[in-house]
Design a protein around this ligand. Structure first.
Ligand SMILES: [Zn+2]
Ligand SMILES: [Zn+2]
Length: 286
């Protein structure tokens, strides 16, 4: 498992990389631009080459990009879909440039609209985004299930991937805070095991490419997305240790986003490693 977290790109991509090293990360996540605005950040080919060189050298070996929060590919407003698509393609092209392990995307919200046409709209947008970019994986993040957000169940994530044509570049980013909030009881290793079985059936584990490690201030099934610092939330030590030591997650980047997305810090990264050891010890036969 590549333990790491979200870092700021203030000052450039190489600064983000340096922050990851400072925090003791094996993997980092960055925003390709301000997540609450449409205005794209421009990077040069030299910026991309520098980032690829740094990743090759290590110790940070993996980078994921989190797409803009405003994107809603499910929207029935053509202008919103157009802006969303432009922003998503921009993120994927940066991902191509730096050799990212994926662009993480919230699948979208249907607001009060019907699910089926909303799924079709997302599927069409994702197909198009893949055509307009080369190789970077596009990872759909499971949601806490607030309002009309799509991706609150693994079946919904599977449906989006199917509507988008099932391309190999389509994958999933699993956020443990959102898993709990959306109603999967993953507070124990056994509960998590059942949820991962369901993910395997509905999506396929070969599509699971990335993990978000957040504790949850909101309880099981609350459908609210409120990140807590590890281990101060509803998952607690046991739930987080189980998530970080699930054998089917081996080798994946496990990224801390911090309380309400504030970013990772060194103490939390170290604690995540400690919780992983705790989980592994609890799983190994005495
Ligand atoms: Zn997340
Ligand atoms: Zn969240």
């Amino acid at each position: 498992m590549l333990v790491g977290g979200h870092v700021s790109t203030a000052g450039g991509l190489d600064k983000a990389y340096a922050r990851g090293v400072e925090l003791g990360c094996d993997a980092i996540q960055v925003f390709n631009q301000s997540p609450r605005a449409w205005r794209p950040t421009r990077y040069s080919d030299a910026d991309f080459a520098r980032m690829r060189e740094l990743l090759e050298r290590g110790p940070v070996r993996s980078v994921a990009i989190h797409a803009v929060y405003l994107i809603n590919c499910a929207s029935d407003d053509p202008e919103m879909r157009e802006k969303s698509l432009t922003s998503l393609v921009h993120a994927l092209r940066i991902g191509d440039g730096i050799g990212a392990d994926g662009v993480v995307l919230h699948p979208g919200s249907r607001k009060q609209e019907d699910l089926e046409p909303a799924l079709d709209r997302i599927g069409e947008a994702l197909r198009h985004a893949l055509q307009e970019s080369e190789r970077c994986p596009l990872l759909l993040e499971n949601t806490a299930g607030a309002g009309g957000t799509i991706g609150r169940t693994f079946a919904e994530l599977g449906a989006v991937i199917e509507r988008a044509g099932g391309d190999d570049r389509l994958g999933v980013c699993l956020d443990c805070c959102h898993v709990l909030a959306s109603g999967y009881d993953v507070r124990t290793a056994a509960g998590l095991g059942d949820a991962v079985d369901e993910l395997e059936r509905e999506v396929g584990l070969e599509r699971l490419r990335c993990l978000h490690v957040n504790d949850s201030r909101a309880p099981l099934g609350s459908n609210r997305d409120r990140h807590a610092r590890l281990p101060d939330g509803e998952l607690g030590r046991e739930g987080l240790a189980a998530f970080l030591s699930e054998p089917r997650f081996d080798g994946l980047p496990a990224l801390l986003e911090g309380g309400d997305g504030a970013g990772a810090d060194a103490e939390q990264v170290a604690l995540a490693r400690e919780l992983r050891e705790e989980g592994l010890a609890a799983r190994s036969p005495a």
